[in-house]
Design a binder for this molecule. Structure first.
Ligand code: GDP
Length: 472
């Protein structure tokens, strides 16, 4: 996506060159230096790498197979509000973190890891909800191996359940359905399975491919089985990392602590982070002064799939930033400085995301193939009608994809999804929340408001036919 906007071509064109090189990539995937050079060359550009791009490319460097060891899965829990995400995270934490380890105090640092009864490790991102997940993905971070979608058995598949499923699918992360609250007398897990089936998501005990588990986050019933299923999914994924190299991880959260300075929670993904290491995350660097695990215990090193709180960076990186260890402080400092400069330049660059007006220009240079749209509306009927009509606007040259639709206000999560997928947002009789509006301005996402379906269809039709009069 970034490369496409730098070259002023469509994402599809980048993807198709990648395919011709035998690489199957997604819109947010980081490309290595060689691929970037070839793609740019294809479109008549010559690439010059700054230090930071080289370094970014290095992240993708392959390990020798003999250096790889299996690592624990990293899990995110998503689902509709009040369906029990927090309860499940808390139950797992309190039942699986042994008390001597915890010293009686558990801290919320954004992630924790547990040991199952069979001695297998699982790491959890303790930021329930898909907002955090999407925010990270929009920043290019790929941290979740398995998503648990929590659905309350005394309720239905709700809008945020659909969103969560949507986000996991777009990111290509395998899902396990946790059908929660089965301790309740009115729980009806079969109804949930049926609703899933209606969405083409057939669970295993109904002959489908998705694992599901009936649980109670309150009594703990079924939670061990759920964890076993996570491990099974992880086994299929054959998750591996080289623990012997310089650490690479992703920042989960960061803050300024009055007494301790900048404190960042990092999920280590490869290598081992040690006290004294020189680390860089975003535009901040420093030496690892101290590390703590999620129980607050001091640790001296942290290997793959381990979350740690790290002290020593000279600023607070953003969630989703990659943390990496360097051999010399000079190197880290140089990259930090050049990133700062790049960030400054990029924020001054012109619009990166698609707008209806922009379509005409992209059509003119022959780089427009696909229009991604998110639809939010006040009632289901109009959302469906609008979505059907817009889909019908697809033609040979330009296809229209409705990547998400739903009833309700335009939320931050909609904007993040639009940003990650280069989509425009169409609001029918609904407005964005204040925070969504702010984010849309920041991310330069176009939100179009309509109160007449016919207007929406006509304007988008004109746009993809290259006939839209620009608005001044
Ligand atoms: P979240 O918004 O998805 O994080 O949901 P919470 O974990 O905050 O749960 C919402 C409400 O449902 C709380 O009052 C919980 O106590 C309750 N709850 C969660 N899981 C269960 C369960 O398995 N059984 C019952 N009876 N209540 C539950």
């Amino acid at each position: 996506n970034d490369l496409a906007s730098l070259l002023d071509i469509s994402v599809n064109e980048v993807i198709s060159v990648c395919m011709s090189l035998g690489m199957f990539v997604s819109i947010n995937q980081r490309l290595d230096a060689e691929a970037i050079t070839i793609i740019a060359d294809e479109f008549g550009y010559e690439v010059e790498f700054t230090k930071s791009d080289e370094e970014e490319a290095e992240v993708e460097e392959e390990d020798a197979p003999e250096d790889l060891e299996s690592r624990a899965p990293i899990v995110t829990i998503m689902g509709h509000v009040d369906h029990g995400k927090t309860s499940l995270l808390d139950y797992i934490r309190s039942s699986k973190v042994t008390s001597d380890e915890a010293g009686g105090i558990t801290q919320h640092i954004g992630a924790y890891d547990v040991m199952t009864d069979n001695g297998d490790k699982i790491a959890f991102l303790d930021t329930p909800g898909h907002e955090a997940f999407t925010a990270m993905r929009a920043r290019g971070a790929k941290i979740t191996d398995v998503a648990i979608i929590v659905i309350a058995a005394d309720d239905n598949i709700m809008p945020q359940t659909k969103e969560a499923i949507n986000h996991a699918q777009v990111a290509g992360v395998p899902m396990i359905f946790a059908i929660n609250k089965i301790d309740k007398p009115n729980a009806n897990p079969n109804k949930i399975k049926e609703e899933l089936a209606n969405m083409n998501l057939l669970v295993e005990d109904w002959g489908g491919k998705y694992q599901s588990q009936e649980i109670s986050a309150k009594t703990g019933q079924g939670v061990d089985e759920l964890l076993e299923k996570v491990l099974l999914e992880a086994e299929i994924l054959e998750l591996q990392a080289n623990p012997e190299k310089n650490a690479v991880g992703t920042v989960v959260e960061a803050s300024l602590d009055k007494g301790r300075g900048y404190v960042s929670t990092v999920m280590i993904q490869a290598g081992t982070l040690k006290i004294g290491d020189i680390m860089l995350a975003g535009q901040h660097f420093g030496r690892v002064k101290a590390m703590f695990d999620h129980t607050g215990k001091k640790v001296t090193e942290a290997g793959p799939s381990t979350p740690v709180q790290v002290l020593g960076l000279n600023g607070a990186p953003q969630a989703g930033d990659i943390l990496k260890v360097y051999d010399t402080e000079r190197e880290a400092r140089e990259i930090a400085t050049s990133r700062e400069q790049i960030n400054r330049e990029q924020s001054m660059r012109t619009k990166k995301h698609i707008t209806l007006d922009e379509i005409g220009r992209r059509l003119a240079i022959g780089s427009f193939k696909e229009l991604n749209i998110i639809i939010k509306g006040d009632v289901d009927g109009s959302v469906e009608a609008l979505s059907d009509s817009l889909l019908k606007l697809s033609k040979d040259e330009v296809s229209v994809n409705i990547i998400h639709k739903g009833v309700g206000q335009i939320s931050e999560s909609d904007v993040l999804l639009a940003s990650a997928s280069d989509a425009i947002i169409v609001g029918f009789q609904v407005r964005p929340s204040t925070s969504a509006k702010r984010l849309a301005e920041q991310e330069e996402i176009e939100i179009r408001h309509y109160s007449i379906i016919y207007d929406a269809i006509n304007q988008i039709k004109d746009a993809i036919e290259g006939m839209l009069e620009p608005e001044y």
